[in-house]
Design a protein around this ligand. Structure first.
Ligand code: CDP
Length: 211
């Protein structure tokens, strides 16, 4: 099952809760883009240099381990998860993620994970798992998304709004709903309402599949 949408649309919280309810792992594809970015920043590789990024990624063993509480990412067996939501990573990740060779590397890692699982991202339903049995695309008004994100970052509302605006612009090409995705605007819904909506669709799909 895929759940896509822009930053702070609620997708990862919803995906985690839905995965829990369905008793399957939750996989966050963004963590691999963040890991690629963190690796580049640490190695001093320019986020715009596609070939250098590709060699860097192919020269490291990066592992994403889905977990009940949170996914963890290991680079050469070192747990780097706690470094992946730093402001420097937020600021550079869209540029890193725009490179086709970086996307191919992430997608190959994701396709190695054994299903079933709930996965969130930007293009999971459209490009990476087009055969998923249920697909969702979550949105929310920009001011709502900024207000949600400000609690998770050590920055004020204006800074968060500006960073989100830049990331949205950088992510345009690699983001989008699958034509068969169910779209949910989460602006005026609370978490339980979104989770219930998703689970109701999933139950419907399963019932259809069984007939
Ligand atoms: O939670 P939030 O949406 O802020 O971030 P995320 O899902 O961890 O994704 C971080 C960044 O990775 C995004 O801004 C995109 O640049 C990139 N990304 C992507 O290009 N494609 C995906 N399927 C997932 C993330």
């Amino acid at each position: 099952m895929t759940l896509d949408g822009p930053a702070a649309s609620g997708k990862s919280t919803v995906a985690r809760r839905v995965a829990e309810a369905l008793e399957v792992p939750f996989v966050s594809s963004g963590l691999l883009y963040r890991a690629a970015t963190e690796l580049a920043l640490r190695a001093g590789v320019d986020p715009g240099a596609e070939s250098e990024l590709a060699s860097l990624l192919h020269g490291h063993e990066v592992r994403l381990e889905p977990g009940r509480e949170a996914d963890r990412v290991y680079v050469q067996d070192e747990d780097v998860t706690h470094r992946l939501h730093a402001d420097a990573v937020d600021a550079a990740v869209s540029e890193v993620a725009a490179h086709p060779r970086v996307r191919a590397w992430v997608n190959a890692r994701l396709r190695e994970i054994e299903g079933p699982f709930v996965i969130d991202g930007r293009d999971m339903g459209r490009d990476v798992f087009p055969d998923a049995y249920a697909k969702f695309f979550l949105t929310a008004r920009p001011e709502i998304r900024a207000a949600r994100r400000v609690g998770e970052r050590a920055a004020d509302l204006d800074t968060v709004t500006e960073m989100m605006r830049r990331r949205d612009a950088g992510d345009v090409r690699q983001s989008g709903p699958a034509p068969d995705a169910v779209r949910i605007d989460t602006s005026d819904l609370n978490l339980d309402e979104v989770v219930d909506t998703v689970l109701a669709y999933v139950a419907e799909r399963r019932a259809d599949a069984a007939t």
